[in-house]
Design a protein around this ligand. Structure first.
Ligand code: UD1
Length: 430
């Protein structure tokens, strides 16, 4: 079974290049088929989630041409099917973006309902509310969401909860609706802005992305475009916290420092030095981390996708911290795994009360989901001795070349498949 083998204790030192934003790519890829012209996308992360979406696009008739590892040409002129029902589709949550993209372009979409996931129930009622407001009839039958409209007409939509997915999905359908749509209480995440910029580069008319009111004037059709995806703020933040927890000195390159402000602010509170330049951030940690409190919030608040990483770091700080998760209901499952390494964390409701310990000890742990998986790897890198992390398929959904990037910073980590590989790794690292 594939797993990461890790020998902890080395401070991470050096420079690491950050890839394109996974969550932007997961929306931009389905949006690319909204045009009949060819769309060229650069800075696409090569992770399993984006590869599954590309496969899904091909399955409905899109032509996908890999130009190189991070660039792809997509042509959606010959989409033959508006039904995506393969089993693998419901496992990729972002498959919901095909609903807005296909409904906008073809006024009909049938997509397998994305399943729940370990971080809690993840409804898509707001997406559907938005489609209905634009005039679509939406029903759920046999595990499929079926949306149909004779025509889509712009509307005023208020989102009860700030939702990244609903904001983007409604933007897709509204971009090709008749007239004006206003989305109020919209999500402001950098990738919402990136997706709006991408659609605008294809001829859409979207204003206000990045604020809580997004205004879309529908256009008749979208044309081809060349577009580079923004850097991944969560990948960057993960390496920044990896530097902090290992008392290292890491420069994350190819980032937009503004997108990392909440992460940077917390690292400074925790006693790290953070230096920003135009497109890089350097994190230096040379003493034990200080405790702090944090609550996850929609952007520009502290991201829920960084919650496990900060928790794992605070669990080695000198004192007590409280981490409150306000976006997802069940995002502390990894705490039981971390306890195997000696952490002292008590979860009460949606808060984790953390008593910092001086050291972690290596253990065999299992990744429960993508971000928690990455956080457990960070803990293993800081731990004394040898660890393994299982279920790395979750980590590979969102981190490209994670072991190689960590190795380049001096980490002792390898992906191993067999017991023999594991023994070899142990012999190598001593
Ligand atoms: C996206 C990200 C995910 C990130 C999350 C919050 C992608 C593919 N995933 O997920 O990594 O953790 O944003 O930044 O981009 N909600 C509803 N009804 C809905 C939709 C959402 O009640 O129809 C609730 C959710 O349960 C959650 C909150 O709204 O409590 C925010 O969810 P949302 O922003 O929609 O997350 P996703 O788009 O699924």
């Amino acid at each position: 079974m594939e797993q990461y083998a890790i020998k902890g204790g080395n401070p991470l030192v050096g420079e690491v290049e950050i890839g394109g934003a996974k969550n932007a790519a997961l929306a931009i890829l389905p949006a690319a088929i909204m045009s009949n012209d060819t769309v060229f996308i650069e800075n696409m992360p090569d992770v399993s989630d984006t590869n599954v979406l590309l496969q899904a696009m091909e399955s409905v008739g899109a032509v996908v041409e890999r130009v190189d590892r991070h660039s792809v040409k997509i042509n959606g002129a010959k989409i033959a099917d508006v039904r995506l029902d393969a089993d693998y589709i419901s496992k990729i949550r972002a498959s919901y973006y095909f609903l807005g993209a296909l409904l906008g372009k073809y006024k009909h979409a049938e997509v397998a309902l994305p399943g729940g996931c370990v971080i809690g129930s993840r409804p898509i009622d707001l997406h559907l509310k938005g489609f209905r407001a634009l005039g679509a009839e939406v029903k759920i039958e046999h595990g499929m969401v079926i949306a149909h409209a004779d025509k889509l007409v712009g509307a005023h939509i208020y989102l009860d909860t700030v939702s990244v997915g609903a904001t983007i999905n409604i933007m897709f359908a509204a971009a090709l609706a008749e007239g004006k749509t206003v989305i109020e209480n919209a999500a402001k995440e950098p990738h919402v802005v990136d997706v709006a910029n991408f659609l605008n580069s294809m001829g859409a008319n979207i204003k206000g992305a990045g604020t809580d009111v997004v205004r879309i004037t529908g256009v008749e059709k979208l044309h081809g475009s060349e577009y580079a995806i923004i850097p991944d703020q969560i990948e960057a933040g993960t390496f920044m916290f990896a530097a902090a927890i290992t008392k290292g000195d890491v420069t994350v390159k190819n980032v937009i420092p503004k997108h990392l402000e909440s992460t940077t602010a917390k690292l400074i509170e925790m006693g790290c030095e953070v230096e920003e330049s135009d497109d890089a951030v350097r994190v230096v940690a040379n003493k034990r981390l200080c405790p702090t409190h944090v609550k996850t919030l929609p952007y520009p608040g502290f991201p829920t996708d960084m919650q496990p990483q900060i928790t794992v770091a605070l669990a080695m700080a000198e004192g007590t911290s409280i981490v409150t998760e306000s976006i997802f209901e069940n995002r502390f499952k990894y705490v039981d795994e971390l306890a195997k390494m000696g952490s002292l964390i008590k979860v009460e409701g949606n808060s984790a009360i953390i008593t910092g310990v001086e050291r972690y000890t290596g253990a065999n742990v299992t990744a429960p989901d993508l971000r928690a998986g990455a956080a457990l790897v960070m803990a293993c890198l800081a731990a004394e001795g040898f660890s393994t992390v299982e279920d790395i398929k979750y980590i590979e959904r969102g981190y490209e070349d994670f072991p190689a990037k960590l190795q380049s910073l001096g980490a002792q980590i390898d992906k191993v498949e067999t017991e023999r590989d594991l023994q070899k790794f142990k012999l190598k690292v001593g």
